[in-house]
Design a protein around this ligand. Structure first.
Ligand SMILES: Cc1cc2nc3c(=O)[nH]c(=O)nc-3n(C[C@H](O)[C@H](O)[C@H](O)COP(=O)(O)OP(=O)(O)OC[C@H]3O[C@@H](n4cnc5c(N)ncnc54)[C@H](O)[C@@H]3O)c2cc1C
Length: 384
């Protein structure tokens, strides 16, 4: 009887990195990667700075699924959505009813865009960008258009705003919080970033939400809760991502905000593992590149029968807003302390310290980003 494969569901950074790392330990065990999309490998973070880096949707694709299959000696099946998992018989089912066996299963399912419940006949026109296909569609929609509104002044909203402003679009950003990057930056840092993006042409509508989106001929009219209205050509929603948990939940695998896993990335079901944007590792949902790289290395070793815990060092996030270079290492949500801020015309440095003056987090904007390497060394690890 032929050997059952390790099956990885998902061909994003998490799925491909764990496969690649596994091959460093084991060249023989069959690996099957199932993907709901085209299965090509691309750098998702580059979607929000493609104009600034001179990239097109086509140039963002690094390797096709076929090329990846050769590179990592795996079978890759694009456009193969998994609809159910039976962990007792170690089988899973695809959209067309085909059943497949697995020996070990890795869930690398990513996250889904949060969709705000808005009123109006224009809501069908709202665009979302969370993968290369979405971005291809978005770039097509931008042709001959000028006025863009972005819902959400978080990391992805601000990055798109900067990128589109650089490319000559008129960009509006709308957010309920008082300042951009509300969940990552102290208020003064958010205001500093906002000023620099405003100088680059971005118009912010803060402390308000969009209530209705109506079609007005070729235009979309947005009505805000503060009574203001604006008209734009394109509306992009970037209000956040929710880990993809429905498949795991339907299987009976424990989920919370993400698919719950312990420090060896193991779910509540034996031989089913999860990592990347879909996973909640020891209570932490960290939808960024660096945690995926650390988790993938540990999981690859575990899949090769060397049980290995994932450890996260301090992992600052680089915000790709060239109008205001920004690096932030947010303090752990349970950390107690306060922000100490120093601001000049060209820089803002925020240090989050406890009573003993230990550095627990930082926010560096503008010139202050030069201190990133030194300060990162002083931070505690995110997960020991
Ligand atoms: C615009 C943008 C900019 C970003 N910038 C940064 C940045 O600067 N720095 C940073 O650290 N992070 C950034 N991120 C976050 C980072 O890109 C993600 O954390 C990372 O790419 C997630 O990888 P993943 O493999 O977990 O998920 P994904 O890349 O979403 O992959 C999920 C895969 O699962 C597949 N799938 C899902 N359900 C099924 C199913 N039922 N059956 C089969 N296949 C399925 C999908 O088709 C896909 O292949 C950014 C994200 C975005 C959207």
């Amino acid at each position: 009887m032929s050997q059952k494969p390790i099956v990885i569901i998902g061909s994003g950074l998490a799925g491909y990195t764990v496969a690649r790392e596994f091959r460093k330990f084991d060249m023989e065990t069959p690996v099957l990667i199932l993907s709901a999309d085209h299965g090509g490998f691309y750098s998702k973070p580059m979607l929000s700075n493609a104009f600034a880096t001179g990239n097109t949707p086509a140039s963002l694709l690094i390797n096709s699924a076929k090329e990846m299959a050769v590179k990592i000696k795996a079978t890759i099946r694009p456009h193969s959505r998994v609809t159910s998992i039976d962990s007792s018989s170690r089988t899973l089912e695809l959209q067309d009813g085909e059943k497949l066996d697995y020996d070990k299963l890795v869930l690398a399912l990513g996250a889904n865009q949060i969709r705000l419940p808005l009123d109006g006949d224009g809501t069908k026109e709202i665009l979302y960008v969370n993968n290369l296909d979405d971005y291809h569609h978005f770039r097509g929609a931008l042709i001959k258009k000028k006025e863009i509104a972005i819902l959400g002044a978080g990391l992805i909203g601000c990055e798109f705003a900067n990128d589109l402003a650089v490319a000559g679009y008129h960009v509006h950003v709308i957010d309920i919080s008082s300042h951009p990057l509300g969940r990552l930056l102290p208020q003064a840092g958010g205001f500093f970033l906002q000023q620099k993006l405003e100088a680059a042409g971005v118009i912010f509508h803060m402390n308000t939400t969009t209530r209705r989106v109506e079609k007005l001929g070729e235009k979309l009219q947005l009505a805000f809760s503060n009574g203001q209205t604006i008209e734009v050509d394109i509306l992009l929603s970037a209000v956040g991502l929710a880990p993809s948990i429905s498949l795991a939940k339907a299987t009976g695998i424990k989920v919370n905000r993400g698919i719950s896993v312990n420090q060896v990335l193991q779910t509540s079901s034996e031989d089913v593992y999860a990592l990347g944007d879909c996973a909640e590792v020891n209570g932490k949902v960290l939808p960024f590149v660096m945690p995926i790289m650390h988790a993938a290395r540990a999981l690859a070793s575990t899949l090769a029968n060397n049980l290995t815990q994932a450890h996260y060092p301090a992992m600052p996030v680089l915000v790709k807003t060239p109008a205001c270079p920004t690096v932030v290492a947010p303090p752990n949500s349970s950390a107690t302390g306060e922000w100490h801020l120093k601001e000049t015309q060209d820089s803002l440095k925020g240090l989050f310290q406890n009573k003993e003056n230990d550095l627990l987090g930082y926010a560096l904007l503008g010139e202050a980003t030069k201190e990133k390497t030194l300060l990162t060394k002083m931070l505690p690890p995110v997960m020991k």
